[in-house]
Design a protein around this ligand. Sequence first.
Ligand SMILES: *Cc1c(COP(=O)(O)O)cnc(C)c1O
Length: 457
Amino acid sequence: MKEAKKIPYKIYLEESEMPKEWYNVRADMKNKPAPLLNPGTLEPMTFEELRGVFCDELVRQELDDTTPYFDIPQEIQDFYKMYRPSPLVRAYCLEEALQTPAKIYYKFEGNNTSGSHKLNSAIAQAYYAKKQGLKGVTTETGAGQWGTALSMACAYLGLDCQVYMVKCSYEQKPFRREVMRTYGANVTPSPSETTNVGRKILSEHPGTSGSLGCAISEAVEAAVSQDGYRYVLGSVLSQVLLHQSVIGLETKAALDKYGITPDVIIGCAGGGSNLGGLISPFMGEKLRGEKDYQIIAVEPASCPSLTRGRYAYDFCDTGMVCPLAKMYTLGSGFIPSPNHAGGLRYHGMSSVLSQLYDDKLMEAISIEQTAVFEAAAKFARIEGILPAPESSHAIKAAMDEAMKCKETGEEKTIVFGLTGTGYFDMMAYEKFNNGEMTDYIPSDDDLAKGFAGLPQV
Ligand SMILES: *Cc1c(COP(=O)(O)O)cnc(C)c1O
């Protein structure tokens, strides 16, 4: 039996202990992430070029890889107080069920109406758009969490919000769509006939179920073709990792309160924002040589950017209208199977995480979908929370680590990011419950097609 439970089930922070600054891990990286390139000139993108697409303050954040801390504006701190701090939960029930000597903690980001961590960056991006006096923002959404978060943030600040939603999600997740519309957003299934790039993609791939890459192209075109609009993106960009550092800063503050040092930190990786945010302060210590941690990115076997991708300059979108980013990528032409790992179906990975991974400062693994849902169902029954499929990749990896500890008798402390809830993913759970879920793993030939489209840089 375990010793007396000194650590509470949930470690909360007082309002006064909440982060007042975001942490920019790039400041401590010796090998900085490669700069975004202008696809025409192949020169690094300048402030002037980027500000046509993104808000000025966000461009400053995007281009800054030396300033370690950014003040969180008071208005954003106040908004955070509506749903933060998020709890750091000690998974006593899971430890008991697995009979593991490991100590498991998870940072739960699903306690807001949008149901995921994405609200942390949505409010920041909407705030800077509002401050710049813009009318509204455009964006894409895959599984729908980002669009929902942005709709909430825009409603709060009185900004117009136009969302291009990947067509398969638009059809599979009508409730997500309606939440966004309830918050006042305008939602269009992508690819659509409303943009040049959408029409082009539709003529080349009739009947396509869409992808994040396509939806990004459409949203960028919509932003630059309307006065008073800018484009915002919910993942991948370095500014998003910066905003999401609030997850890691809170986690670290909560652990520090009880003198806990994690051994292993695990997060799911789509574009890398939650993982990047969770690990940032820990990675900072690692980069400065103060501490060491094992850090594991978990991605779906159906969209394995880190584990099977190339580290190369690539387009961030299918329509090739965005700057080039150096990242682990499957190629911007890679359209993943319309499986249910929704929010993890992006062809590329944050350039910050890509560089850290290339420098062997973190590891990556991939997991198949049915194994992920088995872990999700088990977790729901044991810990009570119905997890998002994306988050469940991290759950599965954490459970596997805990089982390894059972074999070796090691009492490792494992921390993982539980990024959101799965209430809008019940179609996927239904498939799983009916035993109809399948695993899709792209062949080397499938991947070769994506790599063939990489730009020559
Ligand atoms: C979007 C999303 C993810 C993946 O995105 P990252 O940028 O890699 O964090 C993971 N979990 C949930 C719940 C999401 O909504």
